[in-house]
Design a protein around this ligand. Structure first.
Ligand code: 4AD
Ligand code: MG
Length: 433
């Protein structure tokens, strides 16, 4: 009978049996006639024990030759052992080295963050990035399930586009067969027509901003999830944001406790976000509060990172700041019918200084007003004709929002910088690896 090949996640089903695992040497140590190999296979860690008197001399020699991050197939008997990390141990019977690695650049000593980011392709194997990216993966799955269960249709929006969505100052240009194309800043403009076709839609993909800022919240390439809903108006949008954030955060806290533990995240700081309602704060009140706190801010200004942090610090869960000045916000946002100087716009600010994780709005419904706003923003009218069609042929109220995955992951995991929340970060000074 051949020995089954399993992963570390499957150990519980094989106690007392002989199995083979394929992976990499995370670490090893020796003690007399014993050699302990900590095997890593992506699913977990397993202590493999080689006892010289009980194995062929060739197996012992293979064990001794293994270096950190060598790839290897190890066969042995699974034993349940409460003292072992993870609760299991492998009593080794056979070792097949696959490749013996030379000295591994990520040693046990502390490395600077630049060194680590230059070795991101290897750093992914370490416990901290591994835990963070597992949380990110769970978050993305929670998001997809949220929308799937509510009958949203996934609409993949294009990356190469003819025009700006979120302002012309952060556009990446690329030559396009004698013309110019721009990397998408947001899929929103493409979702609005799709909302008229499918009712409820979302897109989820990479977006690009030529951000000159070097803050811990800004990446030049980040992933955004954007729902767009036909017939949804501003109050409904606020409810949707609250329902969405509370549900996906609950799911991640439920399913990633091991990872968050490894990251030493104080989850009691995140838990309040699983409970509704979320506080709502009118922009005018927000400015008043900031002034009282001594911030140099005037009605009409957009908030910077410090202001966002101050506003969020007043609450234990995300706060929804509403009705920003029309002038400070994007061209497509619906003005408040009661006060057109204000837009039906919302930002969700996460606690603990994580800042804006969501931006959204009701969209302009009227063709004339949208034409006027495109002109006021100096946008090329020709590039938006198709977008205006959404108002020409069966105009309808609709709303949507965008959430940055890295900022949300950074918040849930308690990371200082959003660059740790994406497998291969791109920032103003990083395009490698
Ligand atoms: O507020 P933003 O610019 O909104 C939009 O793009 C809308 N079109 C979304 C919509 O209504 N469909 O961006 C939305 C979110 C921000 O709240 C933030 O989480 C994230 O995207 N984000 C960034 N994340 C990392 N680095 C950057 N440079 C980011 N810019 C925005
Ligand atoms: Mg925004």
């Amino acid at each position: 009978m051949s020995v089954p090949v399993i992963t570390i996640a499957d150990l519980a089903d094989h106690v007392g049996e002989e199995v083979t695992l394929k992976g990499w040497v995370y670490n090893w140590r020796k003690k007399g006639k014993l050699r302990f190999i900590i095997l890593r296979d992506g699913f977990g860690y397993l202590q493999c024990v080689v006892f010289r008197p009980e194995v062929d001399e060739s197996v012992w020699e293979a064990a001794v030759a293994l270096t950190q991050e060598s790839s290897v197939e190890i066969t042995g008997i699974v034993a349940a052992d409460e003292r072992a990390p993870g609760g299991y141990e492998l009593k080794v019977t056979g070792i097949v080295p696959v490749q013996i690695a030379p000295e591994y650049p990520l040693g046990k000593k502390e490395h600077g963050v630049d060194f680590l980011l230059n070795h991101r392709h290897l750093w992914l194997r370490s416990k901290r990035p591994h835990a963070i990216l597992r949380v990110r993966s769970e978050l993305e799955q929670a998001i997809r399930d949220f929308f799937y269960s509510r009958r949203f249709t996934l609409i993949d929006s294009p990356i190469l586009t003819p025009a700006a969505c979120e302002g012309t100052s952060t556009l990446f240009e690329t030559p396009y067969f004698g013309d110019t194309a721009y990397l998408s800043q947001s899929g929103q403009l493409y979702l609005e027509p799709a909302a008229a076709a499918f009712g409820r839609v979302y897109c989820f993909g990479p977006t690009f901003r030529a951000e000159k800022s070097k803050t811990r919240r800004h990446l030049t390439e980040f992933w955004m999830v954007e729902p767009e809903v036909a017939w949804l108006q501003f109050d409904g949008l606020l409810d949707l944001i609250e329902e969405f954030v509370s549900e996906i955060v609950s799911r991640v806290l439920d399913r990633c406790s091991e990872e968050l533990d490894r990251l030493e995240r104080d989850v009691s700081k995140v838990e309040p976000a699983t409970r509704r309602p979320y506080p709502r704060l009118d922009y005018g009140d927000a400015v008043r509060i900031l002034k009282e706190q001594g911030y140099d801010i005037e009605f009409g200004d957009d908030f910077g990172g410090d202001e966002e942090t101050a506003l969020a610090a007043l609450h234990d869960r995300p706060v929804l700041v509403t009705r920003y000045p029309t002038e400070a916000k994007a061209f497509y946002m619906q003005p408040d019918p009661d006060d057109p100087t204000r837009a039906l716009a919302v930002d969700a600010l996460a606690p603990e200084g994580y800042g804006e994780i969501i931006g959204g709005s009701e969209r302009i419904g009227s063709l004339e007003l949208l034409e006027q706003r495109i002109a006021e923003h100096g946008l090329p009218r020709e590039a938006f004709e198709w977008y205006l069609d959404v108002r020409r042929y069966g105009g309808f109220p609709h709303s949507g929002f965008g959430m940055g995955i890295e900022r949300c992951t950074a918040w849930i995991c308690g990371l200082h910088h959003a660059r740790e929340a994406i497998p291969y970060p791109r920032t103003i000074n990083r395009l490698y690896p």
